[in-house]
Design a protein around this ligand. Structure first.
Ligand code: ATP
Ligand code: MG
Length: 421
């Protein structure tokens, strides 16, 4: 049998990386709670229609990146490529649309058939928030501020920049679309094949192209700023003023568009130059038409999602878990006593690593390798006296300790070691 490999674009999260992911998720979850966002989860697969129309039949995600399959009952299903559509589906199917405003936080795996590279995978993980039912710019300001707070709490606030754009209301967008079609049609020979397709369907998307030729042409394209309705202008100004008041620095980038069709008004990304080509760590925007498009009432919404892998690459080493106690039985009586003693210590919140086999030297080497701060040697003679040997693995000193005092002694030692490190 050939050696088993993970599927291209997927990866195992070994403990060091898993710890980084957990740090990202826990930091985000605590910050989201400060803003009143409640955690929720939707299924990892949905009927394909949940994603296809909302994200846009001609978006890259729907056209080329979805993991779509028929299940054994003949249902057409898709592994979620993002979570906003799933959250909106959930709020409609659970009859929550009367209870707005609603604020949700989520985290979990997403799936896109993309070309794997640093910071880009086929199974990746996102954290995200959705604020549904608020049409005012305060909502945009709050979700952006929450994103900014999370990046600060992760210690990477000064390594990212916030870029901001408005995609206007549907009327402004229709006018701008016409202007773009006229502009890009005149220079169609310079566009990539993908962008020629985009020109027919959604010319705005050409700005999202990663091809150098497309980007060259896009540089001189008409600016959305010239096509915005006064209302759209005003909305954007309010968002910007609100961010200014909170001291959240941002840069307007009129070329910023998002890869999904459902955005209106505010679009934003926090980007870094520290990750090569995959510089966007967090992106989102307002999606006022989405709930209605999915069969619910006309409810506005705004939210964002951030890539956990990319954030995990940027953060400093997360703190290590507390160091354990190694429990080392020597002989038959020790083996019998060890499991029970380990439980007693865990009852007092002391992490315990039970050494299962091998001679004393081997067991102590393992205790060192896992970073144990102390070892308890359970010899038959000591046990007969109701005692065990406690060895401080940092100083190497050891002494016999009555079993009844073991917990207290270990907790004192653990506290000392924690203070010293
Ligand atoms: P990109 O321009 O990098 O393809 P996107 O616009 O497709 O990103 P969104 O759909 O807005 O990304 O998802 C939000 C965030 O999720 C991104 O900013 C990124 O951090 C992360 N992300 C998206 N796709 C991937 C992927 N294939 N692998 C890892 N992270 C991803
Ligand atoms: Mg993408």
């Amino acid at each position: 049998m050939r050696a088993l490999q993970p599927v291209r674009g997927t990866q195992d999260l070994l403990p060091e990386v898993a710890r980084r992911h957990r740090r990202v998720v826990e930091t985000a979850r605590s910050a989201a709670e400060l803003y009143g966002f409640a955690e929720m989860a939707t299924p990892i697969f949905e009927f394909t229609e949940v994603f296809a129309r909302p994200i846009g039949e001609h978006s890259d995600i729907v056209a080329k990146e979805m993991y779509t399959f028929d299940d054994r009952g003949g249902e057409e299903l898709t592994l979620r490529p993002e979570n906003t559509a799933g959250v909106v589906r959930a709020l409609i199917s659970n009859g929550l649309t009367q209870s707005v405003p609603l604020k949700f936080f989520y985290s979990g795996p997403m799936f896109r058939y993309e070309r794997p590279q640093k910071g880009r995978f086929r199974q990746f993980h996102q954290i995200g928030v959705e604020l549904i039912g608020v049409a005012q710019p305060q909502a945009d300001i709050e979700v952006i501020t929450l994103g900014s707070r999370i990046l600060d709490a992760l210690g990477i606030g000064d390594r990212v920049e916030l870029e901001l754009n408005t995609l206007g209301d549907p009327e402004s967008r229709a006018d701008y679309r016409q202007a773009l079609i006229a502009y890009f049609s005149a220079r169609i020979s310079e566009l990539s094949e993908d962008s020629r397709r985009r020109l027919e369907r959604n010319p705005l998307r050409i700005f999202d192209s990663k091809e150098a030729a497309d980007q060259r042409v896009a540089r001189d394209a008409p600016s959305f700023a010239d096509y915005l309705s006064p209302e759209s202008h005003n909305f954007f100004d309010q968002v910007r003023t609100g961010l200014d008041r909170l001291g959240i620095r941002h840069r307007v980038n009129h070329r910023l568009v998002r890869g999904l069709d459902y955005y209106t008004h505010t679009a934003f990304e926090f980007v870094t130059t520290d990750l090569g080509a995959q510089g966007t760590v967090l992106g989102g925007g307002r999606y006022d038409g989405l709930v209605e498009l999915m069969g619910g009432p006309a409810l506005p919404g705004v939210g964002w999602a951030a890539g956990i892998e990319r954030l995990a690459l940027l953060i400093a080493h997360p703190p290590l878990p507390p160091r354990p106690v190694a429990l080392v039985p020597i002989g038959a009586a020790g083996e019998i006593a060890a499991l029970k003693l380990a439980e007693d210590l865990r009852d007092h919140s002391l992490p315990v690593d039970l050494s299962y086999s091998g001679n004393l030297g081997r067991r102590l080497r393992r205790a060192d390798r896992i970073g144990a701060f102390a070892a308890i040697l359970l010899g038959d003679d000591e046990l007969a006296r109701g005692a065990a040997t406690l060895r401080d693995l940092v100083t190497g000193t050891q002494s016999e300790v009555p079993l009844a005092e073991l917990t207290t002694r270990l907790r004192m030692l653990a506290a000392e070691r924690a203070a010293a490190s």
